[in-house]
Design a protein around this ligand. Structure first.
Ligand code: JFZ
Length: 456
């Protein structure tokens, strides 16, 4: 428990987690999809036979000797070629639904400033591409029609806006320009919420610049305005800093925003580090590429198995896992991602009970998998099948609940449970063995659903 030792005007405004219905819904998602799409999908991490070393969506910042001549001017004209003829939002949404995603985070504008909706406030938008049509609208409508909640990714960093500054403005001219940029940012955000009222939340990024970190009052006022404008809106901890420049957590250590947004390509080691906060983890399939990169051969590509492990890791600690997709410049989801989505979908169709609405079970993690829990159902997801075909459960006596029956979700097979006297006096556990079918030839993680009853 934190005490407010430092008086703050623009720190956290809430103690504990949100308790409203919208946030309860967020907590039950389990699995989400992230999509990074913009003009960076055209070069796909490469140009004129040269390859950019960083994340493909950062390619505009390519510099030094390895960059093609006039690179940034070339990049800033790519939108004139943006014509994703294969783009079909309904196809993407259907695939996401089949995968088992319950929410989508979609890049409306990344750091390059290119707006995928027809923004009144800039010419650097979809309107001025050969494609012309509103992409954000198609995405929001298609996902909403599939029952998938949509969150809009928005980068505060905007390399295209003339008033954008990364460093704190030093001259009167810079300050004026930056004020203009702040109003532009506000206008675009209100525009997004006006145009796409089905939006469930805003996913902010690019908020680490010294100039933005100084905007504690402006950002706090804006956050309040956006929340008032769009009741229920969910905003993570990555939007603003307090008056001392503290981000995510204010000077008193309290989280700002509705959930912890710092779990980027990493997962917590234990539930304790989260101190009960809401959180999700956003994850790339390659090591660190969010936008489309045409070369997936040169790095390790996470398998559906890796991602299932991460998904259960997240849900078993009360978080959601959001898997990123980077469609190409034509609007196609790459075949490797489609295969991964299909495999995840096969898994969630059979085993979804272990992740949707399921939470931390309050038990120590077994070495061979993860526990999750919903009401009186304990889900045991097995990642590494024990070689003896027996799942041993060590349930602390203090848990006050015991397994009454067990069902293997693949095939709905009832499994036998026996109480085991290990003679481990005083370790506080009661041991149970669940016998797996001898012919279970599991090639992916599997789930045993265990009904719990009160134990005295
Ligand atoms: C940011 C972006 O720069 C990147 O292109 C991508 O959109 C990603 C989702 O977000 O990258 C970050 C932001 C924050 C951290 C790491 C990468 N972080 O807090 O560790």
């Amino acid at each position: 428990s934190k005490t407010d030792t430092i008086p703050l005007k623009y720190g956290s405004h809430r103690i504990g987690n949100r308790t409203d219905e919208m946030m309860e819904r967020w907590r039950s998602y389990g699995l989400g999809q992230f999509i990074h799409w913009g003009v960076y999908a055209i070069p796909g991490g490469h140009w004129e036979g040269k390859s950019y070393n960083g994340a493909a969506e950062w390619i505009r910042s390519w510099g030094g000797a390895s960059a093609p001549a006039n690179w940034q001017a070339t990049y800033d004209n790519l939108y004139k070629q943006f014509n994703p003829v294969a783009f079909d939002a309904r196809k993407w949404a259907k695939q996401a639904k089949d995968m088992g995603a319950k929410y989508l985070i979609f890049t409306t504008k990344h750091h390059d400033g290119f707006s995928l909706w027809p923004s009144k406030y800039t010419d650097y938008s979809i309107t001025n591409t050969p494609y012309k049509k509103d992409i954000v609208k198609q995405v929001v409508d298609a996902y909403d029609a599939e029952g998938i909640d949509v969150y809009l990714y928005f980068s505060i960093i905007d390399w295209n806006h003339p008033g954008y500054r990364s460093g704190v403005p030093k001259t009167a001219k810079d300050s004026l320009a930056y004020e203009d940029f702040k109003q532009f940012t506000r206008n675009q955000l209100l525009e997004l919420l006006t145009n796409y009222p089905k939006t469930k939340g805003l996913w902010f990024d690019g908020t680490w610049d010294a100039a933005w970190v100084k905007q504690s009052k402006f950002a706090d006022d804006l956050e309040k305005e956006l929340r008032a404008f769009h009741p229920g809106l969910i905003i993570g901890s990555r939007f603003r800093a307090d008056e001392n420049g503290k981000r995510h957590f204010d000077s008193n250590g309290k989280m700002m925003g509705d959930y912890e947004q710092g779990w980027e390509r990493k997962l917590p080691k234990s539930i304790e580090v989260l101190e009960g906060r809401d959180w999700d983890c956003v994850m790339t399939i390659p090591p660190n590429q969010w936008g489309y990169n045409s070369d997936w051969k040169s790095s390790y590509i996470k398998t559906a198995h890796d991602l299932t492990d991460m998904l259960l890791h997240a849900v078993s600690m009360n978080g959601n896992l959001v898997v990123n997709f980077g469609p190409d410049g034509k609007g196609n989801i790459r075949p490797e991602e489609s295969i991964t989505a299909a495999k995840l979908g096969e898994w969630t169709k059979v085993n979804g009970a272990a992740i949707y609405g399921a939470k931390y079970a309050g038990l120590p993690k077994p070495d061979y998998g993860y526990y999750t829990k919903k009401d009186n159902k304990l889900f045991l997801t097995v990642i590494n099948k024990p070689v003896n075909g027996t799942l041993r459960l060590a349930i602390p006596r203090s848990y006050k609940q015991k397994p009454a029956n067990a069902v293997l979700l693949i095939g709905n097979i009832k499994l036998n449970i026996t109480t085991v006297d290990m003679g481990m006096s005083g370790d506080g556990n009661i041991y149970y063995d669940i016998q797996l079918p001898a012919n279970l030839n599991a090639t992916s993680p599997f789930v045993v659903s265990i009904e719990l009853i009160n134990a005295t």
